[in-house]
Design a protein around this ligand. Structure first.
Ligand SMILES: O=c1ccn([C@@H]2O[C@H](COP(=O)(O)OP(=O)(O)O[C@H]3O[C@H](CO)[C@@H](O)[C@H](O)[C@H]3O)[C@@H](O)[C@H]2O)c(=O)[nH]1
Length: 451
């Protein structure tokens, strides 16, 4: 890793993850892959949802003293992200200059890899003449859908009336208007954020945590439109040996509970790290699961129910039924749960990490998308990859019960399980030696070495 013509070694990669669980995990997984390829890793991060340095002793961590460290709920995410970028830009540049000084004259930064949400990184890198690479965290389908939003807006198609919800969007088939990854309540701010995050500016490449066998034609389309190389290197959680970057404590007691359940019998329920529900929805979910008669493992994050601390708001009768059939935790070791033989289905919000993790374990899904890219992922899960079904409309116990039975017991669910198993095998081929993701990682490493 020596720079031609001098003895300066550029082997440090600076990573800038977004401050959410679903963003931190893949970035640190990428860090561990680069580390195993001989790079030193510095993680520059926001203080809000700060990653835990003790879980990654091989990396250096530098917090940005951002002022926007207030809780970001679903409705506030757009404004939070815009503010974070304003707050962090100058400080990031100071931070980089500090890293460069500390490294001394013979050691240097090869490049900066930043979460597209942290687009302030690019300007600072440019000022310091450092190469940078964008990390786009969602699927290729989401990326294309986001690009198309500006045209749809210019043509007056968004915001769209309820009557158009089910209409297909030709250029984004099979997406319908209701699947678009938009935040309708804050459309102008959202498009502003999107235009900032989508702009490649001086970045040298784009990384995707996705797999060729899932999104082959979409990835080809992106590469055609893109002036810089793209690297689909996922699923990172499968390729990387990184230890858990969980911000919350994982309750591993659920694994012992799973050990007592029969094969493929348990429905695992989790809506990720951001989505919330109200008390009525929590109660409906509880009864729906109980009435399905299937054993269930349910993640209810502390504070994820509006107007409640945790599950104290569940009626006693329901609690008693849950104790007989289910197990509730505040946070699960999700990857281990999905890999457990007892788990036969996943009721998920379809965050991209959860979707990939489920596909990699061959676990079919009930899709309950809550916002943003989750709606696109859900559509691909049930309509393209055919490894799940969608739970639409208001969250009602009868509908939940029906969906769980369909997935876990009916023939329709069995077909989805078969498809999921095939997809799992295809992904395995992509990550093994000579596979598409394996080759993509090698090309990425070569590119970083050439900077
Ligand atoms: O009990 C739990 C629940 C989740 N997880 C992990 O937390 C991550 C959750 O990520 P994801 O499924 O992507 O959901 P969010 O946390 O909601 O992620 C945000 O970021 C994603 C990546 O950009 C987007 O796809 C989502 O829509 C957005 O909400 C996954 O790695 C899970 O394994 C656990 O470890 N334990």
């Amino acid at each position: 890793m020596e720079k031609r013509g001098n003895i300066r070694r550029l082997n440090r990669v600076v990573l800038v993850p977004g401050p959410f669980q679903g963003h931190i995990n893949p970035m640190l997984q990428l860090g561990s892959i680069l580390h195993s390829n001989g790079f030193s890793i510095t993680v520059v991060h926001a203080q809000y949802n700060s990653p835990k340095p003790s879980s990654h002793p091989d990396f250096s961590f530098l917090p940005l003293p951002d002022t926007s460290s207030s809780a970001a709920t679903t409705g506030e995410i757009i404004d939070f992200a815009l503010q974070l970028n304003t707050d962090c830009k100058a400080r990031f540049q100071e931070c980089l200059a500090q890293v460069m000084r500390q490294l001394g004259p013979y050691d240097g930064i090869a490049c900066i890899i930043y979460d597209q949400l942290m687009y302030f990184s690019e300007a600072a890198a440019k000022d310091l003449k450092l190469p940078c690479i964008i990390f786009r965290l969602g699927s290729a389908a989401v990326s294309l859908a986001r690009d198309a939003l500006f045209q749809l807006k210019a043509e007056g198609h968004i915001p769209f009336p309820e009557s158009r919800s089910n209409d297909s969007i030709l250029e984004l088939y099979p997406l319908r208007f209701k699947d678009l990854p938009i935040f309708s309540e804050k459309l102008e701010n959202f498009l502003q954020l999107l235009s900032n995050t989508n702009n490649i500016r001086t970045s040298s490449a784009i990384i995707y945590d996705t797999v060729d066998c899932l999104e082959n034609s979409l990835l080809a389309k992106i590469q055609q439109q893109c002036q810089v190389p793209t690297f689909p290197i996922g699923p990172l959680h499968r390729i990387s040996s990184a230890s858990s970057s969980s911000l919350l404590e994982e309750d591993t007691s659920c694994l012992a509970w799973l050990d007592k359940q029969s094969c493929n019998s348990v429905i695992y329920v989790s809506l990720g790290s951001i989505a919330s529900m109200d008390v009525d929805e929590l109660v409906e979910m509880g009864w729906g699961l109980v009435n399905s008669q299937q054993p269930f493992l349910w993640v209810v994050r502390s504070g994820s129910t509006l107007d409640a601390q945790w599950i104290e708001v569940l009626p006693q009768g329901l609690k008693k039924n849950i104790d007989e059939r289910g197990y509730i935790v505040k946070w699960a070791p999700q990857k281990e749960v999905l890999a457990h033989g007892a788990v036969g289905g996943f009721l998920s919000h379809c965050g991209w990490n959860s979707t990939l993790e489920s596909i990699c374990e061959g676990v079919p899904m009930i899709c309950r998308p809550c916002f943003g890219d989750q709606k696109v992922n859900a559509r691909y899960v049930n309509h393209v990859w055919r490894v799940g079904l969608e739970l639409e409309g208001d969250l009602k116990r009868g509908e939940i019960e029906k969906a769980v039975k369909k997935l876990m017991i009916d023939e329709e669910g069995e077909a989805m399980r078969e498809n999921a198993k095939k997809l799992k095998e295809n992904v395995k081929l992509c990550i093994k030696e000579g596979g598409s993701s394996y080759n993509s990682i090698n090309r990425l490493v070569e590119m970083i070495r050439s900077f």
